[in-house]
Design a binder for this molecule. Sequence first.
Ligand code: NAD
Ligand code: UDP
Length: 345
Amino acid sequence: NLYKTRFRSAVNSAPNDTRLLSKNQVQRRILVAGGAGFLGSHLCERLLRAGHRVICVDNFSTGLRRNVRHLTRFDTFSTVNQDIVEPIAVEIDEIYNLACPASPPHYQADPIHTMMTSVLGSLNLLELAVQHNARIFQASTSEIYGDPHIHPQVESYWGNVNSFGPRSCYDEGKRCAETLFFDFHKKYGTEIKIARIFNTYGPRMRPDDGRVVSNFIVQALRGEDITIYGDGSQTRSFCFVDDLIEGFIRLMNSAPSFQGPVNLGNPGEFTIGELATRVIEMTGSSSKIVHHPLPVDDPRQRRPDISLAKRELDWQPKVPLSAGLKETILYFDRLLAHTSRELVK
Ligand code: NAD
Ligand code: UDP
């Protein structure tokens, strides 16, 4: 009941605002779980700019208030401080589920809660979707493929995942969430949309996020050692956040007959060593490269096959790594210049 009250008041505080909608568009009430995080804050902004009402539900575990503070100028935006592991009651038309820590150090800090976020959190949001006949989007992940044996990864590949290693709480939680989504679709006809997201970077990542792009940029800007885990020959494919959000919107608005899962990512593949060199060059940093041990179960190679996204969503990324890194470096440069080291942690 407490949750019901909280949600109702959050929704009621958002007056009906249709100014930004074009003639044929209908304003929707959209719940973004994890809306104060890196990706979630960009998604909320995009949906608000399109004229929709957005309810950001977040427990602020890895998300930051400053990521969404600028959105409070929209009277169609509201935030609710809640953990999605608890049941949710709110009137909505659409749900995006992005709630889950995404960086390995963050999701490994409380692995049981990470698992519960994906499993119980998805269950709660799916029940809400059934109740309101709402379309629901799941932020799934390339980690579904684990340390893949086939390359590039296609959606039909079942993956190579350890069920009890340090990454398992995240990987298996996300796999279980996909299963729940499909079983709700089969049993209740719920309209589901599943995106398998590959490594994405950009402004509003936390300086202490722990993922490779933010780590390298922050280290380079501070003149600290650049920490390559292992020999740096492992690969990743890096997608700029704006491209990814466009993919989210296209997937959510795709035909009801299309559920996915669909890979969303940039197929450009780079070694971690190459990424370090680029960041050092682009920042003009005097940082040295140092090597730390490779984390357990760290995938060797990762690159999306995006044929399905091209065909079904007419989507492909447009921002090359150099342009995306430039914007991200600029963001961190400003952030670090204006904030003390303690405050940006
Ligand atoms: P993030 O950590 O910045 O954002 C996650 C958000 O969810 C945060 O605001 C956090 O406070 C919130 N959250 C976490 N657990 C919650 C809970 N139990 N209840 C309510 N809120 C909770 O991460 P991100 O990079 O923005 O990732 C967003 C989503 O996309 C995640 O689900 C992640 O698994 C998925 N994803 C991201 C990437 C990527 O490269 N960024 C890749 C694959 C998948
Ligand atoms: N990595 C690294 N140095 C860092 C952070 C990460 O070499 O400071 C490596 C990490 O071991 C992995 C790759 O960069 O091989 C991508 O790591 P990230 O945590 O960004 O994403 P994920 O492993 O989940 O793809």
